[in-house]
Design a protein around this ligand. Structure first.
Ligand code: FES
Ligand SMILES: [Fe+2]
Length: 399
């Protein structure tokens, strides 16, 4: 890594232009960040049965995630140990063996090479299993890590699980998946996600349902205090963890966060009018007013889970100037499409928020890639999470 790039970065300020455009920096990020951190791969319910697999790009590397006969999830480099072809070519599929399409070497779900025709007597199959990738699954989420020495996953699971385990994402179904292909650098998406300084001017629908922008509003102080106290009592009775019930979006840990926040008084979910968009509640909830369980992890995941649906996001950088953001919307497994929900209505709220965010990012992209761009300071009151993320990023990049 060329040191002067990081020297241009001033803590408390945004990153210099090169960080958004330079191909060498992007390659360095793929290596240091995306192949060395826990990457959100997808949902457990995408792999319901033995042999179900999905493929994805992690830090530029093709990876396959597959469930074995005992229900355990494995991840491997999706690269044949013979002459390097990718093995699983579809985004999702089912296979009793992972068979390479080139010369038909075949691998078990745990990555062991089980078939390699005509390789001669001295060939040792045991030496040619798929290269493994660390995989972890909890509460309906699957994370993978390409590092040989990944950071301890327990930290993340122990922090998120008390908030997310009651949401029933492991007994949900996918109402909708939508991919947003953005012609801009992935960091603009993450930075924008880390603050609500922009919400008032850009997300009218969002702020009409949330308290995010009202924490400093003296007129709502009483209402928020009352709402938090009321929710905490009912949620505790419903068996939810209430240690982190608040309206703050501050990071509660170094590279991840989770909390549960009420929606505005008189509303029960994140929808355009704050009312349910799915008639069957998730996780067997009987009270629809369960607030929103929120979680974020560095580097590519966030979640807003309500009583009637959950929305999650996976970010995949493709190049310095291209990013794919996948939005998932989940509902309870017993909800019936057409009867209990309309996928478009389930997705409407966050689809609108994201469309507004992509427009923000698109405008910012034109500016940060221009010769007139000079990084400005972050608000210490409204952008502390962006600053925190950028400092984390700089450390990952060797600062
Ligand atoms: S490259 Fe896979 S079997 Fe030859
Ligand atoms: Fe936004």
């Amino acid at each position: 890594m060329n040191v002067h790039w990081l020297n241009g970065y001033r803590p408390g300020y945004g990153l210099p232009r090169d960080f958004y455009t330079n191909a060498d920096i992007f390659a360095e990020e793929q290596e240091r960040i995306f192949r060395n951190n826990w990457f959100f791969a997808g949902h457990s319910i995408e792999l319901p049965k033995s042999g179900d697999y999905m493929t994805l790009n992690v830090g530029g590397a093709p990876v396959v995630v597959v469930r074995d006969r005992d229900g355990k999830v494995h991840a491997h480099h999706n690269v044949c140990r013979h002459r390097g072809s990718i093995i699983c070519t579809k985004e999702k599929g089912k296979a009793t063996r992972l068979v390479c399409p080139y010369h038909s070497w075949s691998y078990a779900h745990d990555g062991q090479l089980v078939g390699a025709p005509m390789m001669g007597e001295s060939f040792d199959k045991a030496e040619h299993g798929l290269k493994g990738v660390h995989a972890e699954e909890f509460d309906g989420l699957i994370f993978v890590n390409l590092s040989d020495t990944p950071s301890p996953f327990d930290e993340l699971r122990d922090h998120l699980s008390p908030i997310l385990k009651s949401q029933g994402m492991n007994r949900a179904k996918i109402a909708l998946i939508r991919d947003y292909e953005l012609d801009l650098n992935w960091k603009l998406v993450v930075e924008n996600n880390r603050e609500c300084y922009h919400c008032e001017a850009n997300h009218h629908g969002y702020v009409s349902v949330q308290y995010d922008t009202e924490n400093d509003n003296p007129d709502l102080k009483g209402e928020i205090t009352e709402r938090l106290a009321d929710c905490a009592i009912r949620w505790e009775k419903a068996g939810l963890d209430t240690a982190r019930v608040n309206t703050s979006s501050d990071y509660t840990a170094e590279w991840f966060r989770a909390n549960r926040t009420p929606v505005r008084k008189g509303m029960v979910t994140e929808s355009p009018d704050g009312q349910l968009v799915c008639d069957v509640l998730m996780a067997g909830f009987s009270d629809p007013d369960m607030g929103t369980a929120r979680a974020n992890t560095n580097i590519n995941f966030w979640c807003h889970a309500n009583s009637d649906y959950a929305h999650t996001v996976r970010i995949t950088p493709v190049s310095p100037t291209k990013t794919i953001v996948r939005g998932y919307w989940l509902v309870d497994e017993n909800a019936v499409e057409g009867r209990d929900y309309d996928p478009e209505k389930v997705a409407a709220f966050h689809d609108e928020v994201m469309s507004e965010d992509w427009e923000i990012c698109r405008r910012q992209w034109i500016g940060v890639t221009s010769p007139g761009f000079q990084p400005g300071p972050y608000s210490p009151l409204k952008e502390q999470n962006v600053d925190r993320y950028v400092r984390w990023y700089a450390r990952q990049m060797g600062a």
